[in-house]
Design a protein around this ligand. Structure first.
Ligand code: XLS
Ligand code: NI
Ligand code: NI
Length: 441
């Protein structure tokens, strides 16, 4: 307990608290329905943004002050593990997530990288024995190193395909060793810069092969984590193959992978794809493909993956509505794939950021649950589609109508009446719930 010496355990103190290092809304033990907030929200800390990130941007070097940065190499990697478990305990968070290169430095060779990983994984395993914090998911970074310049599983270079496969093989072994609930594939550089030099069909077929090989190996070693694909439309390549949930789902179906994978949905990736966060969650949910969530938010004025901590209560409410409708996240969770701003460089900011995010989702959970208890949106939708519960509408959904029947019916219509969608009224009602879920007034 030495990296955040001035910070005590973060406790729930309620909405009236003025202590910045306390939860105002996230009360882990509070029951919402028959589960606690902790059980429903399943918060996770992203190792890369919290312990590895130095807050550089394209115009300047890193600003982050991190007490463990006085070390280097493997000593730095070990110091980060100590800092991480101190942070997890003080924040009282049930999960964490990492890429291979976040926890251990790459060596000169693949073998050396794996040896570095073995040392740190053993250390993490040891720390996990005395910690409640478990591994939500791990993954490997197959995008930063120059060898992945043209992609990994979709690279034009078969040697790179092999190298990427070897890294995932190790990643699966690490996930098994640490008892990961899920294993994530974010496409990194799996896409193209230009079609002019790209064999799209071969690249996509190879990606399909890559995923099948990964699944086969996980089965072989008895690693039963849920596999997750994390869609993102652009950045770093101009087109990424896992553009959004809909295109990812089509890909999975094309390659016979739909029963092996679910989706890890990131808010900022949804908005980059021109969707709302709740759209992506809904699309996955209605196809029974919602696996886990990377909780963050984009900046409304910036067009890239800014990975901000979630603070927009409207967004967290609509996200939690989808998650509750899904019956929860199962083995998934809410991983803060989010980083503090470059100007928020003090170690304490890491706590403030997570507290803000956790409180925001706790509010979203409570408001969404209350709206569901009162059937607010369910009633709206039920009434709006009532034409399909009787008469010709019922015949359509029951499969008893054809074009002849519908034409005959249409000839008999004298005037067609539509009803208002009442969007403004619905939004006003949501505001009412947002403002009263805690006060009850
Ligand atoms: C990048 C992604 C990445 C994944 C894990 O935009 O969000 O951080 O979550 O590789
Ligand atoms: Ni992510
Ligand atoms: Ni992202």
């Amino acid at each position: 307990m030495r990296y955040f010496a001035n910070i005590d355990h973060i406790k729930y103190e309620g909405p009236a608290s003025t202590n910045p290092l306390a939860f105002k809304f996230y009360n882990p033990e509070e029951k919402i329905g028959n589960r606690t907030m902790e059980e429903i929200l399943r918060f996770g800390v992203a190792y890369w943004h919290t312990f590895t990130e130095n807050l550089k941007d394209p115009f300047g070097t890193g600003t982050a002050i991190r007490p463990w940065d006085k070390f280097s190499g493997m000593d730095l990697a070990k110091a980060r593990v100590e800092a991480a478990f101190e942070f997890f305990e003080k924040l009282n968070v049930p999960y964490f997530c990492f890429h291979d290169v976040d926890i251990a430095p790459e060596g000169e060779t693949l073998r050396e990288s794996n040896q570095n990983l073995d040392v740190i994984v053993a250390m993490i395993k040891d720390y996990m024995k005395n910690s409640k914090t478990k591994l939500l998911w791990n993954t490997v970074n197959n995008f930063s190193h120059p060898r992945f310049v043209h992609g990994a599983g979709s690279s034009n270079n078969a040697d790179v395909f092999a190298y990427a496969a070897a890294k995932v093989k190790k990643g699966l072994e690490v996930g098994k060793e640490l008892g990961a609930e899920n294993y994530v594939f974010w496409g990194g550089r799996e896409g193209y810069e230009t079609l002019l030099n790209t064999d799209m069909k071969l690249e996509m077929d190879n990606l399909g092969r890559f995923f099948h090989m990964a699944a086969a190996y996980a089965k072989e070693i008895g690693f039963d984590a849920q596999f997750l694909i994390e869609p993102k439309p652009k950045e770093p390549t101009s087109h990424q193959y896992d553009f959004d949930v809909a295109s990812g789902y089509a890909f999975l179906q094309n390659y016979g992978l739909q029963d092996i994978f679910k989706f890890n949905i990131e808010a900022n990736h949804a908005t980059l794809a021109g969707h709302t966060f709740e759209h992506e969650l809904r699309y996955a949910r209605i196809h029974d493909m919602l696996g886990s969530v990377d909780a963050n938010q984009g900046h409304p004025l910036l067009g890239w993956d800014t990975d901000e901590f979630p603070s927009d209560l409207y967004a967290t409410t609509l996200a939690m509505y989808e998650i509750l409708k899904n019956g929860g996240l199962g083995r998934g969770g809410l991983n803060f794939d989010a980083k503090v701003r470059r100007g928020s460089f003090e170690p304490e900011d890491l706590f403030h950021a997570h507290i803000a995010g956790m409180d925001s989702f706790a509010v979203g959970l409570k408001v969404a649950q209350k709206m569901m208890d009162d059937h607010v949106l369910e009633n709206v939708v039920h009434n709006r589609y009532s034409s399909y519960t009787e008469g010709i509408g019922k015949e359509i959904v029951d499969g008893k109508a054809d074009f002849h029947k519908l034409e005959e019916y249409a000839f008999g219509l004298s005037d067609i009446k539509n009803e208002s969608g009442k969007l403004e009224r619905i939004k006003a009602t949501i505001n009412q719930y947002l403002l009263t879920a805690y006060t009850g007034k």
